[in-house]
Design a binder for this molecule. Structure first.
Ligand code: FE2
Length: 478
């Protein structure tokens, strides 16, 4: 079976473009002065369709510069670490060093923090800083304050502006790392948290009082990583060694780097039925000994929508996958992807799980002024089986229990939308939603700017090029 990650809306593009003075329908609000940036995998050159996994494609960042009601440019650029540069036939930049491994350029998200633009990825791979026009500056270790890779899902605390995150890497053994990056871009606090083994911990949640860990049964799978990392006669003993090591002790960097850099294009994580499914709750200023763990029904969560403290309980709104990489190594593709509410009740020592919406959906986003605080609205995109984009955006009103939908029409593929408030003090849905909608038949893409209250179009920036479906996007003002 060929990889569905190389076809249709996900098919990679082969050129880096600079397109200026883009046509606009409607009127771009004046306060949109900045860049909409979105990251996604876009493999360089030929990859093996039998094993290529979406998560392992070289990162390509797409950006649209808006100013004074105009769309000044669209650019798409690969992130250039040594591996990407080699694949592009260019001189290799320095290795990322302490910033993490270099397997693919970061392909998962891109944010602005402390005046820097940072392309993000997880699993011990290095994040990279970009310049204003998406050129690669170099690997990012936050001024030498954070090593061993970061995550694609840090969260700005809306009160302090600090960046909170939980990072994982199989090379960290049975530890994940909570970190706080200050407003100057330096880690002011890192806390190692012991988990059950070596999970894929894609995201986390932050409330006013707590940090929440999703220790779920998708774990590093040495069988998928090692065989191509060592000569065949050594593969079996190496596997045994790796099995013994993974999730128990920290793996020495040279061995870890070799295991992942030589791992081909497959994803070295799979469903682990022997692994517990747990939620960890830690007071923000606490440490490993303060984490309380609560069992949940086995499942996988890539993305919480938001979380908040509610009296003595903690509310987690999450997009839940019933299984992940259990029967299909080229997933996500294993069952109904729903919006659920998990209420952690520390007194009762349990989590109450309920369903908010049973439409298949992913890429949930909230008004990020509400991060860690009670939210009323959540935005997500409807998906087909797996994560193939569909043509419909969802706006959930969680107070009323209703959902407003916006279809972009047949043949369109809607990516993640991000909320940008009209004014700093405006109401929760007083603002805009920005996201890319591709039109497969014509090979074009629109940056759609919607009224978040109604989901109606405010403006559309027309990009005469196809932007492959990708992962996460953000608005970076200024
Ligand atoms: Fe993600």
């Amino acid at each position: 079976m060929g990889s569905h990650y190389l076809e249709g809306a996900l098919a990679p593009v082969h050129e880096e473009l600079t397109l200026t003075d883009l046509k606009i329908t409607g009127t771009l609000p004046d306060h949109l002065d900045g860049r909409y940036l979105r990251n996604g995998p876009n493999p360089i050159g030929e990859v093996d369709p039998a094993t290529y996994h979406w998560f392992m494609g070289d990162g390509m960042v797409h950006g649209i510069r808006l100013r004074d009601g105009r769309a000044e440019w669209y650019r798409n650029r690969w992130v250039r670490g040594p591996v990407a540069a080699r694949r592009l036939g260019e001189p290799e930049p320095p290795a990322p060093g302490a910033a993490g491994f270099d397997v693919v350029g970061p392909n998962t998200s891109v944010i602005g923090h402390a005046g820097r633009t940072i392309a993000l990825i997880e699993g011990g791979l290095a994040p990279y800083e970009l310049d204003d026009e998406l050129g690669t500056v170099g690997a990012c270790d936050f001024g030498g304050t954070l090593s061993g890779g970061y995550t694609a899902h840090p969260k700005h605390d809306p009160v302090t502006g600090e960046l909170h995150a939980v990072s994982y890497s199989f090379a960290r053994g049975n530890r994940v790392q909570y970190s706080v990056i200050d407003v100057l871009g330096r880690a002011r606090r890192t806390v190692d948290i012991q988990v059950t083994g070596s999970p894929m911990m894609h995201d986390f949640s932050l409330t006013e009082k707590h940090v929440v860990f999703y220790d779920l049964p998708v774990t590093f799978d040495a069988r998928k990583a090692v065989p191509s990392a060592v000569p065949a006669p050594l593969a079996a003993p190496a596997r045994l060694v790796m099995d013994a090591l993974i999730g128990r002790v920290r793996v020495p960097d040279p061995i870890a780097a070799r295991a992942v850099t030589s791992g081909g294009t497959g994803l070295p994580y799979s469903w682990n039925p022997r692994y517990p499914a747990r939620i960890g709750v830690m007071p923000r200023e606490g440490g490993d000994a303060d984490v309380r763990w609560f069992e949940v029904e086995p499942c996988y969560v890539f993305h919480p929508l938001n979380a908040y403290d509610d009296g003595d309980t903690i509310v987690l709104d999450v997009v839940r996958h019933p299984r992940m990489f259990a029967t299909d190594p080229l997933g996500p593709n294993e069952g109904a992807t729903t919006l659920d509410r998990w209420t952690v009740d520390p007194r009762a020592g349990k989590v109450i799980e309920s369903r908010l919406d049973d439409r298949f959906q992913e890429f949930p986003r909230v008004d990020e002024r509400r991060t860690g605080h009670r939210h009323r609205y959540g935005y997500a995109v409807q998906i087909r089986e797996g994560v193939a984009p569909d043509d419909t955006l969802l706006k959930h009103d969680l107070d009323r229990g209703t959902t407003l939908t916006r279809s972009f029409g047949h043949g369109k593929g809607a990516g993640e939308f991000v909320f940008e408030p009209s004014t700093p003090e405006g109401a929760e849905d007083d603002g805009l939603l920005l996201g890319l909608v591709s039109d497969l038949p014509s090979g074009t893409t629109d940056l759609m700017v919607l009224d978040a209250a109604t989901l109606e179009t405010v403006a559309a920036v027309h990009i005469p090029a196809r932007v492959p479906a990708g992962f996460h996007g953000n608005w970076v003002a200024g």
